[in-house]
Design a binder for this molecule. Sequence first.
Ligand code: FE2
Ligand code: FE2
Length: 253
Amino acid sequence: MKVLFIGDVYMEQGRKAFDKYFASVKQEYKPQIIIVNGENISDTNGLSEEIYKDYLKRGVNVFTLGNHAFSRRDYPEVLALPYVARPANYGPGTLGNEYVIYNYNGTRVAVVNLLGRIFMRDPIDNPFTKMDELLETIDAEHIIVDFHAEATSEKIALAHYLDGRVDAVIGTHTHVPTADEMVLPFGTMYQTDVGMSGVKYGIIGGEVAQGIRKFVSGVPERVKAEKSGLLQFNAVLLDLDTKKITRINIKEE
Ligand SMILES: [Fe+2]
Ligand SMILES: [Fe+2]
C-alpha cells in the first residue's frame, strides 16, 4: 500500500500548486491513501470545511494540522470533521481527533499529528510520552505520524524513539524540504521535513519584502502571504509494504 503525504499547503498559492500538480503526481505514483498537512491551507491559516470537502472529493483522505489548528474562528466545526487529525499532544479537553483511522479495503491506517516543543509557542504535552499513550489505544495495521516541529534534533529523536513502532515519522512545519529521507534500523520511514506547497520565492510562504523587513527591523508584523510567482509542490511517497520512501520535489523554473 502506498501513501502520498503532501507537506503544508500554504494558502492561495499553495492551493494553486496543488491544483497544478496533484493530478499528475497521483497519476505517476498511484497512492492508495493521500494525506495533506492543511494547517495553512486557508488564507487565514488553518483548514476550512469548504476546502476539506473539496479536497476529499478530489481524492485526499486525511488532513493533519499543526500550530495553526486553532487559528480560524470556526475551528470547533473543522476539528469535528471525521478525517482531520489535530496535534494529539494538546491537553485533556481539547476538541478534535487525537488520531484518524482511515480504512482502506479493510486495512486500517492510523494517522497521528504531533506538535514539537522546541522553538514552538504553545505549552503542550510531551509528544514522546503522548505517543506512548496513543500506541496503547490505536488499533490499526499501519501508523503514520506527522511530526509538526521546528527543531531537526527533536524530529530525529522522535523518529528513533518510535522506530519499529510506527510505519513512518514525517516532519512538517518548517516549509523547507530536507534531503534525508531514510529507513531507520527498525524499519520506520523518516524524513525531517516534507516541505511546503506554494510559492517558490517567499519567506516560507510569506512576502519576501515583509520577511526581510521584519528581520532587519525586529518589529513584529502579521505574515502576509506572497501572492504570485513560481511555485513548488513537495510530498513524499511511502510504500508501506516494501518500506521505500521517495521524495517528490517539484520546483518551477
Ligand atoms: Fe505550516
Ligand atoms: Fe506550523
